[in-house]
Design a binder for this molecule. Structure first.
Ligand SMILES: [Zn+2]
Length: 340
């Protein structure tokens, strides 16, 4: 076992530069910038005694296919033929039952997309595949028992991407890709602590009793993704009882956050008895985040990490959201220190 915490990141993840998004009719600067990853990378580098930064090799396409429909990959491949500087935002989102989609036609992107904030350009596929690769090799590191805990600086994030749809700044579901790899060896629990409901991860494992999905998030009636993330979504078929959604109020502070983890999340994890834990770690729960609406401080993240560390499970931590770039790296390092 290695003494330093391995952190996976590839600079190919920085090739994608979404410039703006359409948010409730307004054109705003895109929050999911490369500065996010750079902020985290800088803080990891400052703590060389604790963290080892590792460049992943290419992810096997099969590992992406285990979680995603080939049409989604085909669409990203179509986007890779766009001109430099050209960005595609779908403006038609057909109801699926009425559509005849063609992923080789970029105009059909709206069939595979569920919002107007997640653009495609000719580098989307490269950055998303390297991000998935960072998650995949972080899981492989733990699965092969080289490390007890690993971290992937997975940018772009992943938890809103479902089997055949992208959105919420997410293109491939990094947590699902990591979970499918570890599922070959045992039972996997995914705990999503991003401010937003992990709708894509929920959907991918909704009928699965070998992967427990838990998401702790802001009220979906008020916040993205709006249509799901409610407590009555429990899973279906043999997956029934293996999906848990916990809604916290706006402005939640650390005491009630920890109470929820200790009284609801930890008992659910102990009951499930996972062999592996994946934490989809978003930091848009930070008090200054422009998108999230909780009230957590930098030093709170170490306390959250310590709750998970006490479970003594092989753990893979994946980067999700977090848009207050200035402090994002500090928040991530605070969290990771809880595992050191
Ligand atoms: Zn988020």
């Amino acid at each position: 076992m290695k003494s330093k915490l391995p952190c996976f990141f590839h600079e190919g993840q920085l090739e994608f530069h979404p410039k703006f998004e359409w948010a409730l009719g307004n054109r705003i600067k895109h929050p999911e910038t490369t500065r996010r990853a750079e902020s985290i990378f800088r803080e990891l580098r400052k703590n060389k005694d604790l963290f080892d930064i590792i460049e992943p090799t290419r992810i096997p396409l099969k590992a992406i296919r285990d979680s995603h429909a080939y049409q989604l990959m085909s669409l990203y491949n179509t986007a890779s033929t766009l001109d430099d500087g050209e960005t595609f935002y779908p403006s038609v989102f057909p109801q699926r039952k009425n559509a005849n989609p063609d992923p080789t036609n970029i105009k059909h992107a709206g069939f595979y997309c569920f919002d107007s904030g997640t653009p495609l350009d000719n580098k989307t596929w490269i950055a998303a595949a390297w991000s998935a690769g960072s998650a995949y090799y972080a899981a492989d590191e733990v699965g092969k028992e080289r490390s007890r805990v690993s971290y992937a600086l997975s940018r772009p994030p992943g938890h809103h991407a479902s089997k055949d749809a992208y959105g919420g700044y997410c293109y491939f579901n990094n947590a699902a890709i990591a979970a499918k790899l570890l599922k070959k060896k045992g039972r996997v629990a995914i705990v999503d602590i991003d401010f937003h409901h992990g709708n894509g991860t929920q959907e991918i494992f909704y009928g699965d009793d070998k992967v427990l999905t838990i998401s702790v998030h802001g009220d979906p009636r008020l916040h993205f993704p709006y249509f799901c993330g409610f407590p009555n979504e429990l899973g279906k078929g043999k997956g029934e009882g293996y999906n848990l959604n916990i809604i916290l109020k706006d402005k939640t502070k650390i005491n009630s956050y920890l109470k929820t983890l200790k009284e609801i999340v930890v008992p659910a994890l102990k009951k499930f008895e996972p062999d592996y834990l994946i934490i989809a770690a978003g930091f848009d729960t930070y008090k200054l985040d422009p998108i999230g609406n909780f009230d957590l401080e930098v030093e709170d993240y170490i306390k959250i990490a310590q709750v998970f560390k006490k479970l003594k499970l092989p753990t893979v931590i994946l980067q999700e959201g977090g848009y207050y770039t200035k402090d994002l790296g500090k928040n991530v390092v605070s969290f990771l220190k809880g595992f050191c």
